[in-house]
Write a protein of this length. Structure first.
Ligand code: PHE
Length: 488
């Protein structure tokens, strides 16, 4: 509406001299006219010049009188031709109308004020109301009236802002909609020739990116990776969730009837249910050590089954990866000492509760060198755990099929004021290392812990389902703070 009116007007007129008057003359809202002027000016359809005017607007009191009449006229009309007692008149009028009205009407000599109030004239005009109405309608009034109304605080000054408008360099009687895309249809119809294209705005900001937030587990994982790297450890390739029973259990000297190898504890794969290949000569040595022993071991003395070793599963620990890596290392001659680590997912067929899921991340470190002792293991554990802020450690003898001795690791939790179990460790058994072909004096010290537990402690999360899985609040992932561990 306003746009058509302005562009149309400029077709036959040199200028719109005053947007306020223009709006009033065309029955348009001035603020709408201003918006259209700004937009047309932006596209250079028109040139606009600011105009400022000091004007007067009605105060709240002024607005009231413009509506219902000035108090002096209200008072005058309440006085009957025969006069009225002051008390009676006061009853008929609002207190402020009586107060202001009697002062003004007295000053105007309209009434005789006293105990008895009577008219001095028969007719009055409401000049105040008329003036206020003129101001409300944007019409001018004389300077004396302004002064009087201002003194009575019925009007206040206001700067009025508007525009004068002329045709601009891109003037057209109707705005052309700028095309934003060149379409196949434009090309087919050939109308691209006449289209005006919207200019690219290279400084426009794109919508904020919603993706790319790092999960707390990954933040803590990165910190732990840094710690391992500072300590000179190399990362092992853990990119296979599916593992064979051979690498997950047999190669670790875990007997085939061990309860962990039950489907109640381990997820076995239906398809493909078995592995395609295993290193046959090594497998023979593993079979022998399980059945008959060797390397000063008596073995388990049972009939080892190939079918059992072939079964595919979701790895239950990253020690399966460590085992593969140690086997590869054993094939390298001459022997080279190594420090390895990994942090990745493992799976266990467990009942889910506040602190357990059927999958979690395991952190694992190992050192492989000649002549290592339990003292070395304890030393490395102190070094590693103090870097993640746990410097008070205790160890408890434990059992793992693949380590001897084995130790559970406890750390003193300052917040909880007690010792909490934080991991498991040990020295890999000769029954595991010697069939691989490692030299006899090579020892491997190793430890493992979950990534979830330190993450939950660091981020103050007490239910693992709030950290991992489909019930996690995405807000947590978007808002959680960075992680800094220890003093690496
Ligand atoms: N694999 C062990 C576990 O699952 C952790 C561990 C790693 C223990 C290395 C000893 C040595 O808990």
């Amino acid at each position: 509406m306003a746009e058509e009116a302005i562009l149309g007007f400029l077709q036959t007129h040199e200028e719109v001299a005053d947007s306020g008057e223009f709006a009033a003359a065309h029955g348009l809202d001035h603020s709408e006219v201003v918006n259209v002027i700004k937009s047309l000016h932006g596209f250079r359809y028109i040139d606009a010049q600011d105009i400022k005017r000091e004007t007067w607007v009605l105060t709240e009191e002024g607005k009231k009188y413009a509506d219902v009449g000035s108090p002096e006229v209200q008072l005058f009309l309440a006085v009957p031709p025969e006069g009225i007692s002051r008390e009676e008149l006061q009853k008929r009028l609002d207190p402020s109308v009586f107060k202001i009205g009697s002062a003004q009407a007295g000053k105007n000599k309209w009434v005789e004020m006293g105990k008895h109030i009577s008219r001095k004239v028969q007719h009055v005009d409401d000049k105040v109301k008329d003036m206020l109405t003129r101001i409300k309608d944007g019409q001018g009034i004389d300077a004396d009236s302004i002064k009087a109304l201002k003194a009575r605080k019925l009007i206040t000054p206001q700067t009025w802002k508007g525009y004068s408008v002329k045709r601009g360099p891109n003037y057209a009687p109707k705005r052309k909609k700028a095309a934003t895309d060149l379409t196949r249809e434009n090309l087919q119809r050939g109308d691209w020739r006449d289209l005006e294209f919207k200019e690219y705005n290279f400084s426009a900001k794109g919508p904020p990116s919603e993706g790319g937030h790092v999960h707390p587990l990954l933040k803590v994982r990165q910190q732990l990776k840094n710690i391992f790297l500072y300590m000179g450890f190399e990362e092992m390739p853990t990119n296979n969730y599916v593992e064979s029973s051979f690498w997950n259990f047999d190669a670790l000297f875990q007997p085939q009837q061990h309860p962990a190898r039950d489907s109640h504890d381990t997820f076995f794969l239906k398809a493909p249910s078995t592995t395609r290949e295993l290193p046959e000569d090594y497998l023979e040595r593993v079979k022998r050590v399980h059945e008959l022993g060797g390397y000063q071991s008596r073995g388990y003395g049972y009939e080892w089954k190939r079918d059992e070793a072939n079964k595919n599963l979701l790895r239950t620990h990253t020690t399966a990866v460590s085992t593969r890596m140690l086997y590869l290392l054993a094939q390298k001659k001459p022997f080279e000492p190594k420090k390895y680590f990994s942090i990745d997912r493992v799976f266990r067929n467990e009942a889910v509760d506040r602190t357990h899921l059927a999958e979690f991340h395991q952190i694992e470190g190992l050192v492989c060198d000649r002549g290592l002792t339990l003292g070395d293991l304890i030393g490395v554990l102190h070094d590693f755990f103090s870097r993640i802020g746990m410097s008070k450690l205790r160890f408890k003898p434990a059992y793992n099929p693949y380590t001897e001795p084995s130790m559970e690791i406890f750390s003193y939790h300052e917040g909880l004021g007690k010792w909490v179990e934080i991991g498991n460790s040990g020295m890999f058994r000769p029954e595991m290392l010697l069939p691989m072909g490692l030299p006899e004096d090579v020892r491997v010290i190793a430890w493992g812990l979950s990534l979830e537990r330190p993450t939950m402690i660091l981020y103050g999360i007490d239910n693992i389902r709030d950290l991992f899985g489909h019930k996690v609040d995405l807000g947590l992932i978007k808002k959680n703070p960075i992680c800094r561990l220890g003093n690496n």
